[in-house]
Design a protein around this ligand. Structure first.
Ligand SMILES: [Zn+2]
Length: 260
């Protein structure tokens, strides 16, 4: 488990909360942050507190089933975090926020899943759009089921964004990247639309993923699965399989197998 002290983890959550609030990723008391302390304990933000004004000693410790062990009441979005930790042993931190550009895409029903920017392909890969689920209920984690094993960042329809990482800063930086990416795509669309990178360029980026610390779990680009754009798409062969199931996760598995 983490060699970082619990005190440092508490301070890091405070710092991430400040940054998210200062950047306008959250308003009022929105958003939540959590990190694994050990195999069965999670440190998370309390409910009803602005992320811009968190205090290290007021964080909440819960077990993997959500039972409070110390501190006050945890975030109402705790089931979302617990679901991710239960499904992904490799994930050690989860960040949830409502950054306006990325949430705008999520609210317009648009995923960020084309191969467009090198940094995003290398560090995050596909950013799918999960269906709407009522916040603070079991509905919300259920919407991530199809994507949780193959993605690192998720748009949640009509709600916001959740990112995961092997540590707190990685999960937070993914949130920054998603919002920055959404802003760029928004501008590109105002200028006539983003151009998808050609297959050869994306394949070179697959190799580069080893160089970056934050290697994406999937190489990205499933945007045109249902409406294939042809050879220009990095995953044309995979997607143009008439037998292929209409299920995102299985498609990603196929792509992962082909690039390993
Ligand atoms: Zn939320």
């Amino acid at each position: 488990m983490s060699s970082i002290s619990e005190e440092t983890l508490r301070q890091t959550i405070v710092e991430i909360g400040r940054r998210m609030y200062a950047k306008g990723f959250v308003a009022a008391n929105d958003g939540n942050i959590s990190v694994r302390l050990d195999d069965n304990r999670i440190l998370t933000t309390p409910t009803g507190v602005s992320k811009g004004y968190l205090e290290a000693e007021k964080m909440v410790v819960v077990d993997l089933q959500g039972k409070p062990l110390s501190g006050g009441r945890p975030s109402t979005e705790l089931p979302l975090h617990l679901f991710i930790y239960q499904e992904r042993p490799d994930v050690h931190a989860v960040v949830h926020a409502h950054p306006p550009f990325a949430t705008g895409f999520a609210t317009a029903g648009l995923a960020l899943d084309k191969c467009v920017l090198a940094e995003v392909i290398v560090t995050i890969g596909t950013i799918p759009l999960a269906a709407y689920g009522t916040p603070s209920t079991e509905e919300l984690p259920n919407t991530l089921k199809a994507y949780i094993h193959t993605c690192e960042a998720f748009l949640m329809a009509n709600h916001g964004v959740v990112t995961v990482g092997k540590d707190l800063m990685e999960a937070y930086f993914k949130m920054e990247r998603v919002e920055h990416y959404a802003k760029i795509i928004f501008i590109a669309r105002a200028l006539g639309g983003e151009r998808v990178l050609p297959k050869e360029a994306v394949e070179k980026l697959y190799d580069l993923r080893e160089v970056y610390g934050e290697k994406s779990l999937n190489p990205g680009c499933y945007a045109c699965y249902h409406e294939c754009i042809g050879e220009a798409c990095s995953n044309h062969e995979v997607k143009y399989d008439p037998q292929a199931p209409d299920y995102f996760g299985e498609i990603v598995e196929k792509v992962l197998a082909s690039v390993r």
